[in-house]
Design a protein around this ligand. Structure first.
Ligand code: ACO
Length: 317
């Protein structure tokens, strides 16, 4: 059996923080942010939470797919930014949606989390454990960044994206997932729940931007070629490459290295910034709702993030 995406949804906070407003908070400017990242504005939670956005994105995905909440038998939320640690965000979402028959858990693989959750869902479906899976990436990065650190706070935004998968006869494409804990220091955030806690910069996202940039421009084209090779497919068969929305220059570099026109690489990071594990399903939902993705087209997802971690998936819409 294979899990086929039959519905998508998303939810972003109402409040918008544009580059101009951000320039009043930290030493930066609109021109620099646009040129170095492509980000123009980001949505920031006020009354919303990681769980409320996840539930709304999940509700919209179920509606889009014509799936009842009671039909969901696995609910995975990819997040590292939930405001509550116990119960897991997925159980809170279950409660909101009435997905009473779902087994629920959270998964943290940072920005690669949605991809890892997608592969997890496919494995559960292929093993015959589940038939209907709701996958959600939801992040409130604005709670995690140091708003005085211009190397990180300009990049991130809040939001959620979701996809619902139904089992149907077939074989899933071969999954590609990688992690390198030895390189993990490039992107860290420590828990405030530690015995020797004294507030420090460790309590916020800390990033060696150049190291992560170098890693991403190398690994993204590499992992795209790997997933295609493993599935005996070619670059030309792909209609759209939905990449993690971290930086426009990373997406453009991947397109250039692969020799594929940038029009096959949709982007929405100008509107939302980097929403971590929400970025891929958020873009997938926009692409779906705008009617850009047609049945029978082939989509490739690729992402990277803290861990370090990276991965890719390919499927037919
Ligand atoms: N505004 C104005 N100037 C700035 C800013 C800013 N926000 N940030 C840095 N600068 C300055 C620096 O001080 C430096 O000045 P100098 O030349 O006088 O020393 C200059 O701009 C260049 O700084 P760099 O850090 O080299 O800038 P770079 O071009 O590398 O861009 C950036 C920084 C945007 C962070 C980039 O490295 C990047 O996008 N890295 C990847 C980040 C990423 O994708 N993270 C994914 C996270 S995924 C997850 O798991 C959460």
């Amino acid at each position: 059996m294979v899990g086929k995406i039959c519905g998508t949804g998303s939810c972003v906070p109402e409040h918008i923080l544009d580059n101009e407003a951000l320039s009043g908070m930290v030493d930066t400017n609109d021109a620099w942010i646009r040129e170095r990242t492509g980000v123009v504005r980001r949505h920031i939670i006020e009354k919303e939470t990681t769980v409320s956005m996840a539930a709304e994105a999940g509700r919209r995905a179920l509606e889009d797919g014509g799936v009842l909440p009671e039909e969901v038998d696995l609910l995975i939320v990819s997040t590292f930014t939930s405001e509550i640690l116990l119960p897991c965000a997925a159980c809170e979402v279950q409660k909101e949606l009435g997905a009473v028959h779902a087994a629920c858990f959270d998964l943290n693989a940072a920005c690669t989390g949605f991809l890892f959750a997608y592969h997890t869902a496919q494995a559960y479906i292929a093993a015959g454990i589940c038939k209907t899976v709701l996958l959600i990436g939801s992040e409130s990065l604005s709670n995690m960044v140091n708003w005085q650190d211009r190397g990180t706070c300009i990049l991130f935004g809040d939001g959620a994206g979701a996809a619902v998968l139904r089992a149907q006869p077939g074989t899933p494409q071969i999954a590609v997932m990688h992690s390198d804990g030895n390189a993990g220091d490039a992107l860290t955030m420590y828990s405030r729940h530690r015995k020797d806690w004294v507030e420090s910069e460790k309590d916020y996202i800390r990033m060696d931007g150049r190291a992560v940039f170098g890693f991403a421009v190398k690994k993204v084209p590499e992992v795209i070629r790997e997933v295609l090779e493993k599935n005996k497919m070619t670059l030309e068969e792909i209609d759209y490459f939905i990449l993690h929305q971290a930086n426009r220059r990373i997406v453009e570099s991947a397109a250039r290295h692969l020799g594929i026109g940038i029009e096959k690489f949709p982007m929405n990071l100008q509107e939302y910034g980097n929403t971590s594990s929400a970025s891929i399903p958020l873009l997938l939902d926009e692409w779906n709702r705008s009617g850009n993705v047609k049945p029978g087209q082939t989509i490739l997802l690729a992402g990277f993030g803290a861990g370090l971690s990276w991965g890719a998936a390919v499927f037919t819409w």
